[in-house]
Design a protein around this ligand. Structure first.
Ligand SMILES: [Ca+2]
Ligand SMILES: [Ca+2]
Ligand SMILES: [Ca+2]
Length: 472
């Protein structure tokens, strides 16, 4: 339905002069995938590999049409053909999932076996219940999906981001920890009611890879789309296991840990949370990485813009960095907003959001440029640091790509070992994945590249469709 609208509507050709002073880039090309949504690059492991720089690419794709078949794709050693992206031919991993979201690989440490793909899917109507599923055998003849996330009769949940693998009960087996969302759509104008929670699925004593319906345990209520497992310092210099929990609907950003000295999460009375921020933004994504190049990890966080007239103001989608305090349980997280002013084009903004996911284009010790998906604003951006000074948090936001529809989850790595970073940008409305290469500009040079794209006028679509597309 949305696709038909897109193609029927007139496009406006728009040439964007793109200008960066400390990063050089080129679009290598693109390859066709219907409705590409999430992209994930994973370092290949477990099989004879030609070099250290071997990455597999995973893609999810879904359609808003009620009877559509959705797909999970993989590209083995995507670096081999990266200079001719048009020759990239994804391999079908599965078409049994309704609304597949993030696709990733399960670390070899989980099952002592490489090549296990994990798929998270959405529950949203008109599709079926969401799930967390394991598929063994990648690359090659993959097996059937094993759904570890509970019984079909239970409450329907949607899973967006890949699990964090942590041994939560101390039995030596890594368990799957995820945020999940459940909500019920009502006839407009009644807004959907939402419930989010951080949950872990307990790896069974044996045959975890063949066993469906792992026992589930809820840690806290709130997180909906994602959580990130981290080990952070406390007073005295020790480290503790914790989970960073952005909340989109809850409009707060928290961290959760257990007071158990061995980081065992089975006693609910020992679980604690602290609020990192709650400035009414919609917290959407978090990564642990050294953003400013001072050698210490920071939190790279995206908050999403969405019109909320009921509150009398329009929240401002942002990219921001939090510096981690000495003791994460009690310290203050210093915030630096490095990009803001994102908005969804058009008059129909309900249920849409911008920006989307961010990834560091990290090559060496320099302060890295950030690649950012604009999501519903139909662009991809570069956030280019103004200087290499770690104390300078100013960035220039520069458009990299103008698309005809939603820009999906971006991914980047040096996938062919040439020292430059390659990035994949799914263009949902174009049925293709764009491929870019980034390099440091030569000293003193001012690199410039002109890219042309088209911007489509997306006519108003129903709130439900907007919700589905954004959160599928
Ligand atoms: Ca365990
Ligand atoms: Ca840092
Ligand atoms: Ca490269």
């Amino acid at each position: 339905m949305v696709r038909a609208l897109l193609y029927l509507l007139p496009f406006i050709a728009l040439s964007l002069p793109l200008h960066t002073s400390c990063v050089d880039y080129q679009e290598l090309g693109a390859f066709p995938v219907a409705f590409p949504a999430f992209s994930t690059l994973v370092r290949a492991e477990g099989r004879p590999l030609p070099s250290d720089h071997v990455y597999d690419l995973f893609l999810s794709s879904f359609s808003v049409a009620p009877d559509a078949t959705d797909h999970v794709w993989g590209v083995q050693d995507v670096g081999r053909t990266i200079n001719e992206p048009g020759e990239i031919q994804p391999t079908l991993i599965s078409d049994v999932f309704a609304w597949p979201n993030e696709v990733s690989i399960v670390p070899e440490t989980v099952f002592a076996e490489s090549g296990v793909v994990c798929v998270c899917s959405g529950r949203l109507p008109p599709k079926n219940n969401g799930s967390v599923a394991l598929i063994a055998g990648w690359p090659g003849n993959v097996g059937d999906a094993v759904l570890i996330s509970g019984t079909p009769q239970g409450q329907p949940w949607s899973y967006t981001r890949a699990p964090q693998w942590v041994d939560m009960n101390g039995d030596g087996r890594l368990d799957a920890v995820l945020a999940r969302l459940s909500f019920v759509l009502s006839p407009p104008p009644i807004p959907p009611t939402t419930q989010g929670e951080l949950v872990w699925f307990e790896q069974p004593v044996s045959s975890g890879l063949q066993t469906p319906n792992w026992a589930s345990h809820v840690v806290i209520q709130g997180p909906e789309f994602g959580s990130l497992a981290v080990r952070l310092t406390i007073t005295g210099g020790d480290e503790k296991q914790a989970f960073l929990c952005p909340e989109y609907f809850g409009r707060r950003f928290r961290i959760v840990w257990t007071e158990d000295s061995g980081d065992i999460w089975t006693d609910p009375t020992l679980i604690r949370t602290a609020t990192i921020d709650d400035d009414i933004e919609r917290y959407f994504d978090v990564q642990l990485t050294d953003v400013n190049g001072d050698g210490k990890d920071d939190l790279l966080v995206v908050t999403s813009s969405q019109l909320t007239s009921a509150m009398g103001r329009k929240p401002n989608g942002t990219v921001r960095v939090y510096e981690i305090p000495e003791d994460f349980r009690s310290g203050t997280w210093e915030r630096h907003v490095i990009a803001s002013g994102f908005s969804v084009p058009g008059s129909m903004t309900m249920g849409k959001g911008t920006p989307g996911s961010a990834v560091l284009l990290k090559r060496d010790s320099n302060k890295p440029t950030i690649l950012l998906s604009g999501d519903d604003d139909r662009h991809a951006y570069l956030l280019v640091p103004s200087t290499d000074d770690p104390a300078d948090w100013s960035y220039d936001k520069r458009p990299l790509l103008a698309s005809t529809g939603i820009v999906g989850g971006v991914s980047a790595a040096d996938i062919d070992g040439d020292g430059n970073i390659e990035a994949f940008i799914p263009a949902y409305g174009e049925d293709k994945v764009h491929v870019f290469r980034f390099a440091d500009a030569a000293n003193g040079s001012d690199v410039r590249m002109v890219n042309s794209g088209t911007v489509g006028l997306l006519s108003p679509v129903s709130v439900i469709v907007a919700w589905l597309v954004h959160y599928g």
